[in-house]
Design a protein around this ligand. Structure first.
Ligand code: FDA
Length: 385
């Protein structure tokens, strides 16, 4: 560890961005370690051995951003396809476009509505609570979109996501449920969207392709921590509660179990993501990866699908989505305090800051952390030496 100016824990988007900047902009020597056997963090993907189809190993990853700086930055390491994400949902054996839009509303209520008629209908249905403050997620959702759409598209899906009746979930989980009063069924509104032409892992290879950067995989920080000299700057993107040995309590997460299958058909569902809103279907959605890359030459007789099952995470599981109750917020603040006192260590990324971050947000946060925390520290150390 003595040879390096900077040690980074975690080779996801946060760690890789900081490593790339420290090496390419400042000419610093960087060691990046990850306990997994691959780079890329949760954005890692690999080509399925039987079919060659690129599979995102930790769930579907769609790149989109409103942030021109992040888009330009990432474009140094990849070109993007013109993929535009769309999501459908299966409910009682019918298929509807998500997020709820005028097409969904016309189909669901079985007639044509103008935008104003649809607005009036949803407003009337959402008035069911008569101004009462929603006491749980169900009431909150009804106050936003009315009962019929809630019961079809939100209730079962949410119950499966949280393994909890929506009447027992806090209303604070949802602040808004987007309804579009036009026929636009693009999932994201961002001006920049696309998938990496050569896949996600190629981005990370290019970001870390610098003789000043060494990558050490299958290495857990806590197994080597003692050997790192105390004057080294460390960027830590693992779970913040684990760093402090859970001394202020455990932060709660949800996880997903992925059930992957290769099927002997050319096209299983005709689209990349099909949600399942019915409560009696145990999975929340099915991904079919070939549809993310229609430009590629994939086999015509085989396809890869993944069913997703959602549940609360234990310590042994991959943490995916912060549960983020008020109690979690309090616990996190206690860790923030400890982190501020931990000189020489910068906490970042989704695990290090207990926040759901999209990829563009993780990259944006890393660029900012590099400018305001990492770079001043590395330059300061250089001056002191
Ligand atoms: P990330 O988790 O990627 O990296 C952290 C790394 O630290 C991991 O590789 C881990 O192994 C390592 N680590 C942890 N503890 C360690 C230790 N003790 N020692 C060594 N290494 C350690 N975003 C988006 O923009 N579009 C999308 O469609 C999706 N989809 C999506 C689906 C699902 C199911 C999830 C969970 C997330 C998404 N995301 C997403 C979010 C995206 O995955 C996220 O923005 C990035 O992974 C964040 O990058 P980080 O570097 O912060 O964490």
């Amino acid at each position: 560890f003595h040879d390096y100016d900077l040690i980074i824990v975690g080779a996801g988007f946060f760690g890789a961005t900081v490593a790339e900047r420290a090496a390419n902009q400042l000419g610093k020597r960087v060691l990046i370690i990850d306990r997994r056997s691959h780079i890329g963090g949760n954005a890692y993907s690999e080509n399925d051995r039987q079919t060659g189809i690129e599979v995102h190993k930790y769930g579907a990853h769609l790149f989109h951003t409103p942030n021109r700086t992040v888009w330009d930055y990432l474009s140094r390491f990849t070109r993007f396809t013109d993929y535009r994400h769309r999501v459908f949902t299966s409910y009682r054996n019918q298929v509807f476009a998500m997020p709820i839009n005028l097409g969904t509303i016309c189909q669901f209520f079985g007639r044509q509505f103008s935008p104003d008629e649809a607005r009036a209908l949803i407003a009337a249905q959402a008035a069911e609570l008569e101004g009462r403050v929603p006491r749980n997620l169900e009431e909150k959702a009804i106050s936003l979109i009315g009962r019929p759409l809630y019961e079809a598209f939100i209730r079962g899906y949410t119950a499966k996501q949280w393994q909890t009746d929506p009447r027992d979930l806090p209303e604070s989980i949802i602040t808004r449920l987007p309804v579009r009063y036009n026929f636009d069924n693009r999932y994201f509104n961002d001006p920049y969207e696309g998938l990496p032409v050569d896949g996600y892992t190629a981005i990370f290879k290019r970001m870390l392709d610098n003789p000043l950067i060494d990558v050490q995989l299958a290495t857990d920080y806590f197994a080597v921590r003692q050997a790192i000299p105390s004057d080294k700057t460390v960027v830590y993107t693992g779970p913040i509660d684990r760093y402090f040995d859970y001394r202020a309590g455990e932060l709660k997460w949800r996880t997903i179990d992925f059930q992957e299958e290769v099927l002997p058909v050319g096209d299983f569902q005709g689209t990349a993501v099909m949600n399942y809103a019915d409560e009696d279907v145990p999975y929340t959605r099915i991904l079919e990866f070939r549809h993310f890359n229609p430009e590629r030459d994939y086999p015509a007789d085989r396809t890869v699908i993944v069913r997703e099952y959602s549940r609360f995470a234990t310590r042994a599981d991959e943490p995916y989505y912060p549960v983020d109750t008020l109690e979690d917020r309090r616990t996190y603040l206690a860790y923030r305090k400890l982190a501020e006192e931990e000189t020489g260590v910068i906490f970042g990324g989704r695990l290090g800051t207990y926040r759901y971050l999209d990829m563009h947000q993780a990259i944006g946060a890393a660029l900012k952390s590099f400018e305001t925390e990492v770079s001043p520290r590395l330059i300061g150390a250089e001056r002191a030496a």
